[in-house]
Design a protein around this ligand. Structure first.
Ligand SMILES: Cc1ncc(C[n+]2csc(CCOP(=O)(O)OP(=O)(O)O)c2C)c(N)n1
Ligand code: SF4
Length: 279
C-alpha cells in the first residue's frame, strides 16, 4: 500500500471553514488566519486532530474560520478551556487564540499560570494594543499617550510587557511575529506547535479601524538580530531592552512539560463518581 506523506497532501485551504470572516477590511487578523492554515498544512496534521480555542474579541473569532475543532469561549478564559482540553485529550494539538484585551487584561492571571504550568499547547495573542470589538478602549499594552475620546489625555499608565511577563512566569518558548509577514509567522507557529510544553507567540496585528497608526508597523518591524537563546538571563536582557519590534523566536528553553499522559491515567471512573454524587 502506498504511504501518503500528509505534509504533501495537506493544503492551507483544507483548514479554512466556509464561514466568511467579518473582520474590517485590512484588519491584521486576516493574515493571522492565513498563517494558521499555512502552519497546519506544513505540519500535515488532519484538521480533526487540532483544536483552536478562543475567548471573546475580534481576534477570538478565529476558530470559526478554521475547519479544525473549535471553541469560542468566554472573555479571558481561553487558556483555562485549552488547558482542560489538553489534559483530558493529550492526543489533540491545542492552539489557543486571544487578543491583548482578552489575554492580558481579564485573562492576565490565566496567562501567568499557563506559563508556569507548561502544559503542551500554543498560545497566540493577536496584539493590536486596543479593545477592537468594543470600539477602541485602551488595553494593557496600549501606550500611555493614547489620547482618544475614550481615554482623554492618554492613560498615563506603563504598558504591560507580555514577553517579559511570560519569561518571568516560566514560559519556555517565546516569539514575536508580525501579521503582515504570514509566511514567517507560519514558520514560527510550526516551531511553536512542535515545541513540547507551553509556547507563546505574540503577533503584532494592526487594528486598522481604531489604531490606523499601526499601519506603520510594517516599516518598523525587523528580524531579531540574534538567534534564539536557551539562556533565560540572556533572553531577559534581550527582551527587556529590545524596541518591541524584533521578530522571531526569542527564547527556547527545555523545561519539562506538564505530564498530561499521567494525569489521564489517574482519572477516576466517571460513572462511579456520578453514582457517588447521586447518593
Ligand atoms: C466578562 C466580559 N467583560 C467584558 C466584555 C466586553 N468585551 C468583549 S471583547 C472585549 C475586548 C476585546 O479586546 P481584545 O482581546 O484586545 O480583542 P480585539 O477585539 O482587539 O481583537 C471586551 C472588553 C465581555 N464580552 N465579557
Ligand atoms: S475593529 Fe479592529 S480588530 Fe476588530 S475587525 Fe476591525 S480592524 Fe480588526
Amino acid at each position: 500500500m502506498a504511504v501518503v506523506d500528509m505534509r504533501l497532501a495537506c493544503k492551507p485551504a483544507d483548514y479554512k471553514s466556509d464561514v466568511k470572516p467579518i473582520w474590517c477590511p485590512g484588519c491584521g487578523d486576516y493574515h493571522v488566519l492565513m498563517s494558521f492554515t499555512r502552519a497546519f498544512a506544513q505540519l500535515g496534521l488532519p484538521s480533526e486532530q487540532i483544536a483552536v480555542i478562543s475567548g471573546i474579541g475580534c481576534s477570538s473569532r478565529i476558530p470559526a474560520y478554521t475547519s479544525c475543532y473549535g471553541f469560542h469561549g468566554v472573555h479571558g478564559r481561553s487558556l483555562a478551556i485549552g488547558a482542560g482540553l489538553k489534559v483530558t485529550r493529550p492526543d489533540l494539538t491545542v492552539v489557543v487564540a486571544s487578543g491583548d484585551g482578552d489575554g492580558y487584561s481579564i485573562g492576565g492571571n490565566h496567562f501567568i499560570h499557563a506559563c508556569r504550568r507548561n502544559i503542551d499547547m500554543t498560545y497566540v495573542v493577536m496584539d493590536n494594543r486596543v479593545y477592537g470589538m468594543t470600539k477602541g478602549q485602551p488595553s494593557p499594552t496600549t501606550e500611555p499617550d493614547f489620547d482618544t475620546a475614550l481615554s482623554p489625555g492618554g492613560t498615563g499608565l506603563s504598558p504591560f510587557h507580555p514577553l517579559v511577563i511570560a519569561l518571568a512566569s516560566g514560559a519556555n518558548f517565546i516569539a514575536r511575529c508580525f501579521s503582515g509577514e504570514p509566511n514567517a509567522t507560519a514558520d514560527v507557529l510550526v516551531e511553536a506547535i512542535k515545541h513540547p510544553g507551553f509556547s507563546f507567540v505574540e503577533i503584532l496585528s494592526p487594528c486598522v479601524t481604531f489604531r490606523p497608526d499601526e499601519k506603520a508597523w510594517k516599516d518598523v518591524v525587523h528580524p531579531a538580530p540574534v538567534a534564539a537563546t536557551n539562556d533565560p538571563a540572556k533572553a531577559a536582557r534581550r527582551i527587556m531592552t529590545d524596541d518591541g519590534f524584533n521578530l522571531g523566536i526569542l527564547y527556547r528553553g527545555d523545561r519539562r512539560p506538564y505530564r498530561t499522559d499521567s494525569a489521564v491515567d489517574e482519572l477516576p471512573d466517571l460513572a462511579e463518581l456520578e453514582r457517588e454524587f447521586e447518593q
